[in-house]
Design a protein around this ligand. Sequence first.
Ligand SMILES: NC(=O)C1=CN([C@@H]2O[C@H](COP(=O)(O)OP(=O)(O)OC[C@H]3O[C@@H](n4cnc5c(N)ncnc54)[C@H](OP(=O)(O)O)[C@@H]3O)[C@@H](O)[C@H]2O)C=CC1
Ligand SMILES: O=C1O[C@H](COP(=O)(O)O)[C@@H](O)[C@H](O)[C@H]1O
Length: 515
Amino acid sequence: MEKSTADSSNQPLENSEPETGCLSIIVLGASGDLAKKKTFPALFNLYRQRFIQSNEFHIFGYARTEMSDDDLRSRIRRPIPALGFSIFLCYICLQSGLVQMKYTSGSYDTEEGFRLLDKQISEHEEAKSSADGSCRRLFYLALPPSVYPVVCKMIKLCCMNKCGWTRIVVEKPFGKDLESAEKLSSQIGELFGEHQIYRIDHYLGKEMVQNLLVLRFANRLFVPLWNRDNIDNVQIVFREDFGIEGRGGYFDEYGIIRDIVQNHLLQVLCLVAMEKPVSLDSEHIRDEKVKVHFFFMEMQNLNQSVEPIKDEEVVLGQYHGYRDDSKVPDHSNTPTFASIILRIHNERWEGVPFILKAGKALSSKKADIRVQFKDVPGDIFNCEKQGRNEFVMRLQPSEAMYMKLAVKQPGLEMSTVQSELDLSYKQRYHGVTIPDAYERLLLDTIHGDQQHFVRRDELKAAWDIFTPLLHRIDIGELKPISYQQGSRGPAEADELLLRAGYIRTHGYRWIPPAL
Ligand SMILES: NC(=O)C1=CN([C@@H]2O[C@H](COP(=O)(O)OP(=O)(O)OC[C@H]3O[C@@H](n4cnc5c(N)ncnc54)[C@H](OP(=O)(O)O)[C@@H]3O)[C@@H](O)[C@H]2O)C=CC1
Ligand SMILES: O=C1O[C@H](COP(=O)(O)O)[C@@H](O)[C@H](O)[C@H]1O
């Protein structure tokens, strides 16, 4: 089934990949948090919406934990309040027996378990074989990155598909710094071609993030405005109103920059800042995204070791109580909050600060992109005092985009007031369910579409930017400031924002419209 042509890693290309035929989805790390919260619910939801058919697909779970098939089923069914509906779905799918699921326990570094897994997948493939005998195998690594190389080696050795494609989905953070990420890329790259590797960043699957391309390049309104002549500053913000909640072991090793900023927020920034791609082809889009990274370095400094992030443009925080987690060391220096200014030194963006902010245990849970425009020259209405134009994209919760602008205060007086043009999705698109990012991205992997996945060179460029800063935090040269849980984070972050030129609109607050 595989063609004889090869990509740069000498792995066969899969142009003639089957789109149909028996589909095996193998979740490695099936006992874990991600598998339970995101992967399984997304699969069941895709099934419910008939994007994958029960007569051709089968889920295989694999992990070291000893469990029976039923144990895994009840584990998935156990309710998590925030995931009420998704868990209900899992329950229905499993209870009805429509979605078949098999669990295998085995280690990640020996052949035995993987040979057993291969046998089970092959049996299923034989039972469900399509007319042309083609099959599809999708391995989802819901595992810590430390085990990716050995797991990939075992898949290559024991579990490759003999009559169709084999694809590997890997999670972020992919590595811990430039060197480890490159090593990981080489190790996996020796086993699989780039076209077989799907580096997932679930922010690229969010509705509003996918909308960025359309908004920017399909609207004449934005085309002439989207540059340094009109835009004063851009913020990309992620807030969570809960702490690390049992993920202390993982989180303390990585911290908020590796968990959120280096991947999710930087990917969003690239879509905000990139030039128009030649077409919607996934390589054209990723080519433009990767170019943005090179402009974080000042051109005259390219050959000098000048860091792209300046100390005075970073605020780190750690919430009070973080170190109470049993897996977090008493003197941990790991930031749970970071506000970092990145600057893009190109014709479009020179002088415009991009403020990336992420924090855990804050006062609210939301993520948005906030583009603040410059003041109107020769302001005859005194609007400056009231606030600037801002274009806001609310990624979550309650997807929306709105434009803050000055309008005439309704009535007899000629005075201005801040208002908004508001596109709130719930209100505008009644009854439309916005798919979860993981559903969308899993479907892309099944269809072989890599547009919303991170390419190897993008990943390298992203680590290039953050590695010097991360190393200095790791050795304790930069220290996080303590902040109260449920607050806005350290006050220094708000000061940084003001220094970057952001002007807060006083006396105005956007209220999401009620249905
Ligand atoms: N949880 C989340 O919300 C998100 C997680 N991710 C990423 O997904 C991946 C998995 O995350 P998550 O499910 O939270 O992680 P977990 O800590 O829950 O680990 C998943 C499974 O991996 C196995 N495992 C854990 N530690 C080790 C180890 N040191 N060596 C070998 N196996 C180990 C365990 O299975 P067993 O012992 O049974 O083999 C565990 O059930 C990570 O890369 C994470 O960054 C990405 C986005 C969101
Ligand atoms: O990747 C991660 O994302 C989640 C937040 O995802 P969201 O889609 O709910 O915004 C975060 O909680 C987790 O720490 C991180 O690993």
